[in-house]
Design a protein. Structure first.
Length: 331
């Protein structure tokens, strides 16, 4: 049996200055705290940060991310891989992290101009392919994958990898649970499902929702497990009162293991087993207050009016002119 051991982290929201996230959370301290919590995780193959690595898109924030993550990964025998989220900025990301893969240059799907292109990449680790997509929409909060990126995805997946593919995308292709995330999900998940039909994708790793979630993504050829990991910066409370969006002083990550089981001499076909172990830790008061924010229904409605994907964006199947879209905001 051959295993791929992944530490899946997301939503670090690091700052290039000493600014506190949501006016309350020391993001560097929170990330340092959760990495220390995983010191006894044992040997790893990959550390994945699945987006919203930075809160301000600054090169300094990505430098902090690369230093903290790289040092941790090196101590555990792992490589570090990063994906774009809606808070990330492509220019700053590319300047420091390239395409988010070891030794990766600033790659982009064909048909995109230069630095504004989505940041995508592919690595092979222990015979498994790790593929990152860029679901960010510049200036907006929801996720979207346009035709050029989906075509690039199909071209990569047209050839099977030795043991299968792990897909990393910040916006989960499964529905959100909390109030404020309604409307800022991946708005064209069915198009992704079509692109993944009949491919060797074994699992999808996502963030964005700031809480642990295990779900299944349906395609016409089968279902793919989706592992959504906790936010490093805070944890969204899925048991908040109806209509509320509440963030608590929590942090965490997920240990994901894929194990390839070969076919047996008795005719049992080869298969891949997935094990997901969510780890949650309360952040201490020196890093964040116990309740980071608790927004009531009126506040949620007001914010949603500015950040949710508009009817025009949904009807167009993607970004539209800012003249017709709602005001830009990336909360």
């Amino acid at each position: 049996m051959t295993a791929l051991r992944i530490l899946h982290l997301s939503d670090t929201h690091l700052m290039g200055s000493e600014t506190l996230h949501s006016g309350a959370v020391d993001t560097v301290a929170a990330y340092t705290f959760i990495l220390e919590a995983f010191e006894n995780a044992g040997p790893l193959d990959v550390v994945v940060v699945s987006g919203d690595a930075s809160d301000d898109g600054s090169p300094a924030s990505y430098g902090t991310l690369r230093s903290l993550t790289g040092d941790f990964a090196a101590r555990h025998g792992a490589v570090a891989i990063y994906a774009m989220g809606n808070h990330d900025e492509r220019a700053g990301f590319r300047e420091v992290l390239g395409n988010g893969h070891p030794g990766g240059v600033s790659a982009s799907p064909s048909g995109y101009p230069g630095m504004d292109a989505p940041v995508v990449g592919v690595s092979e680790v222990a015979g498994y392919r790790i593929l990152t997509l860029d679901s960010s929409v510049p200036g907006r909060t929801h996720g979207f994958l346009d035709a050029a990126q989906l075509d690039w995805l199909r071209s990569v997946l047209a050839k099977d990898s030795p043991r299968g593919t792990v897909l990393v995308i910040h916006h989960p292709p499964v529905p959100p649970l909390t109030a404020l995330h309604q409307g800022i999900e991946l708005i064209n998940a069915p198009a992704l499902a079509q692109a993944l039909e009949g491919t060797d994708v074994l699992a999808i790793l996502s963030g964005h929702y700031h809480h642990h979630l295990m779900d299944m993504f349906n395609t016409d050829s089968g279902v793919i497990p989706v592992v959504v990991t906790d936010g490093v910066v805070n944890t969204n409370d899925v048991l908040a009162p109806p209509g509320h969006e509440r963030a608590l002083a929590g942090s965490g990550g997920t240990l994901v293991t894929l194990t390839s089981v070969p076919a047996t001499e008795h005719g049992t076909g080869g298969r891949t087993l997935l094990r997901s172990v969510p780890i949650h830790r309360a952040l201490p008061p020196v890093i964040t207050p116990a309740v980071v924010f608790d927004l009531g229904p009126d506040a949620v409605a007001g914010i949603s009016a500015t950040i949710a994907a508009t009817d025009a964006e949904r009807l167009a199947g993607g970004p539209v002119s800012q003249k017709t879209a709602s005001p830009t905001r990336k909360d």
